[in-house]
Design a binder for this molecule. Sequence first.
Ligand SMILES: Nc1nc2c(ncn2[C@@H]2O[C@H](COP(=O)(O)OP(=O)(O)OP(=O)(O)O)[C@@H](O)[C@H]2O)c(=O)[nH]1
Ligand SMILES: [Zn+2]
Length: 360
Amino acid sequence: MGRDAGGRPLRRREYDEDDVRVRPGKGSRPRTRRRPAHEDAVPAAVVAVDRGRYTCLVGTDLTGHPAAEPVAVMAMRARELGRKGIVVGDRVGLVGDTSGRADTLARIVRVEPRTSMLRRSADDTDEVERPIVANADQLVIVTALADPPPRPRMIDRILVAAFDADIEPLLCLTKADLAPPDAIVARYEPLGVPYLVVRKGGDLSELRARLDGRLSVLVGHSGVGKSTLVNALVPDAGRAVSQVNAVTGRGRHTSSSAVALELPGGGWIIDTPGVRSFGLGHVVIDNVLAAFPDLAEGTVNCPKGCTHRGDDCSLDEWVAKGNAEPVRLASLRRLLASREGEPDDAGETGELPVEAGDPT
Ligand SMILES: Nc1nc2c(ncn2[C@@H]2O[C@H](COP(=O)(O)OP(=O)(O)OP(=O)(O)O)[C@@H](O)[C@H]2O)c(=O)[nH]1
Ligand SMILES: [Zn+2]
């Protein structure tokens, strides 16, 4: 568990372990003479990715408010980048034609060090991580209060991904006109997860304040009202996305790619239409546990190497004594079981038994 393709254990803040691998070479020439760095490379930020083509904005690093309208430039990766992945949010260096004129193509020759990397795996048993978004400093978990009902186990999962990526979570509860937020707030407020409640056509000033000046990535299941939110936050979101499409020249925007959009008041959001699941096979168990702070503390008396699933796990007693809610332990154990390859097919009712802590 929790090792990368090279067999090294994964750790937080190891954002660049997929860095350019230096080819062994034939030994004919000493590696003292380095390829000159592209000192003339133009700084840009990746705002969309579509089948090997990167839409980059010159004139912004996706923080703050750009002085002038950024220029969208289509780029491909330079061969010298090797296998290094480039994702939305990456800050890059461009060479070649960076005019942004139609039918021009620049080259990405450099990817700047990342401050964070949100990742997931295809499923929980897959340890190969897939980078989703770079450099985000906030992960907005968009959850409807009803229609569809909240899925706390999914929220727990995304909280693990946020912790592992070192990105601050924000629970954004939508459709407040349909159901009260009390149950879900009661579950996450004690954990210190920041949250806010919104509704269609309602006041978004609190959310705007939270997004101001930051690079936030929005995740959420289909139907939770994420598009409604994005359109309210970025009034010309549709136009911005179609501009990206115009640059790619590929007609349509693939729904699987994330897109970075600037907020009128400052700050950027990255919408992730394709992120429907959050495999956590790449996350080391300590980071899974750390995202369950109410339970992590209760593992100190566990036997060495405890899987936290067996009879000898001290978490049962921890919960029985009223230190944490049974639903939380159930959620953790389902997640751990899924990582061991057990099917997670029991579904999720969406019910939130707030007073579930009836310890026996
Ligand atoms: N009652 C109510 N309905 C809402 C609210 N926000 C969004 N909706 C509705 O919920 C439905 C889904 O909203 P979308 O914004 O398309 O949801 P989404 O999360 O983007 O879903 P996908 O487009 O499938 O990814 C639409 O019919 C919206 O009109 C809200 O606050 N209250
Ligand atoms: Zn244990």
